[in-house]
Design a protein around this ligand. Structure first.
Ligand code: GLU
Ligand code: MG
Length: 425
């Protein structure tokens, strides 16, 4: 280790921006971490600190690094190791508004109340764009699209592997310049860590290849979206419990109740899973994103897709729910936390899954999701159960940062709004 080796102790905030502090790697301590400021949570995606906020100029926090989350970001100046951190009080107890700690608490609820745990994988789409934000490359699953992304792609995959992020597929996606990387299932907290590491490695490696990678949900209003799909399966006592061949859609009773919980809270969850001012546009029919609140077998318009299990795979091991209504403007810890709470609620209330769609969905059958962020916020405010999932201060700040974002975007048409997100994400 050289004295110049750098550690970046990182959080991911309410607008899914990774922020933190750097220090010499040899001085990094998992017990004392680095200092942090509560009001940092009130910085919006365009870098403005929203005021008033519940914290003001007051308070001291620590960022306590999870040493196991270490990921080398290959900067041109040499490696910088990123460590994902919990935001704590100075005495080391969790800060109530720390997204990573909120997820841990949600997972504790699932374990304590239901004896369940979750294995999950975040699947990311992104695009390589030029300096004007225009996509570079033919897309449409072409070999030339894959090759056009090299050697950036090779370097990114190598960095992911070196960071312990087990990527499964790397593909040229449908949109021009669009790629997708899918990850192997991990315990839910690690899966959310891996989502952040993946985004930052891809952005860093692209920059070092004089390219720009953007995870913005849409590059322009008519574009194919960049989605984040979250695959999850339920486990009890070390065994998967998502599959039951005799259950609706092949889902066990508990997986049906979990799905019903997600459907029940779908509209109220969106301000946490797809929270930008362009996110809702991605979630409209015929974009193969998540245009309606239903569970569908092999259906890419569904909020929850149940994928086919390939020959040679044990369905009891492979079966999972794919939640498709997330994007990279959402904090992965909070995405996972709302899913976990919705799952707990579905099981607590004994909700049943009325139907699993087999086959196509007709246009008139789409059970539409909120058409914009204002609708998603109203849905959250009307969802008394979801309202209890987060501390009031966190909700207040989440609403403030999105309001601030709207002020920055006011007067811009949808094309210009998309462009603003392309530059930021
Ligand atoms: N691009 C789609 C989205 O916005 C997903 C397409 C697919 O991989 O199924 O979610
Ligand atoms: Mg895809």
């Amino acid at each position: 280790m050289t004295d110049s080796a750098l550690a970046f102790v990182a959080t991911n905030d309410l607008v899914a921006v990774t922020r933190g502090r750097a220090l010499p790697l040899h001085e990094l301590s998992p017990t004392s971490g680095v200092g942090w400021v509560p009001a940092n949570l009130a910085i919006n995606s365009f870098g403005r600190l929203m005021e008033p906020n519940p914290f003001g100029a007051l308070g001291d926090l620590r960022l306590l690094p999870d040493m196991a989350s270490r990921a080398a970001l290959p900067l041109p100046s040499g490696n910088c190791d990123m460590f994902l951190a919990d935001q704590t009080q100075p005495d080391g107890t969790p800060w109530e508004c720390c997204p990573r700690s909120i997820l841990k608490k949600a997972l504790d609820r699932l374990a304590e109340d239901h004896g369940l745990s979750i294995m999950a994988a975040f699947e990311h789409e992104f695009a390589l764009v030029d300096e004007h934000g225009k996509p570079e490359g033919p897309g449409a699953f072409t070999l030339s699209g894959l090759i056009g992304g090299e050697p950036f792609g090779a370097a990114a995959r190598r960095s992911l592997s070196e960071a312990g992020v087990r990527w499964e597929n790397w593909l040229p996606e449908f949109g021009p310049g669009q790629f997708e990387v899918t990850l192997a299932p991990e315990p839910a907290l690690r899966a959310a860590d891996c989502a952040i590491i993946t985004r930052e490695i891809i952005r860093t490696v692209a920059a070092s290849h004089n390219k720009r990678a953007t995870f913005a949900p849409l590059l322009h209003p008519d574009a194919v979206g960049n989605g984040v799909h979250v695959h999850l399966s339920l486990w009890r006592d070390g065994d998967p419990v998502t599959y039951d061949p005799s259950g609706r859609g092949g889902l066990s009773d508990v997986a049906q109740a979990a799905s019903a919980g997600i459907l029940d809270h779908a509209a109220g969850m969106l301000m946490w899973t797809a929270p930008s001012h362009i996110s809702a546009l991605r979630l409209t029919p015929h974009r193969w994103s998540a245009a309606g609140s239903f569970v569908g077998l092999q259906n890419r318009e569904a909020l929850i897709r149940v994928a086919a299990v390939p020959a040679g795979c044990d369905p009891s091991q492979a079966y999972n729910l794919e939640f498709r209504a997330a994007d990279a403007t959402a904090n992965p810890y909070l995405v996972m936390a709302v899913l976990v709470h919705a799952i707990c609620d579905g099981i607590d209330r004994g909700l049943t899954l009325d139907s699993v769609l087999i086959g196509h969905i007709d246009d008139e059958e789409f059970n539409a999701l909120p058409v914009d962020l204002a609708g998603a916020i109203t849905a959250f405010n009307n969802d008394d159960i979801a309202g209890g999932w987060f501390p009031p201060n966190l909700v207040e700040v989440a609403l403030a940062v999105r309001q601030g974002e709207l002020e920055t975007l006011r007067g811009l048409d949808m094309q210009e709004r998309c462009q603003a997100y392309v530059e930021r994400y």
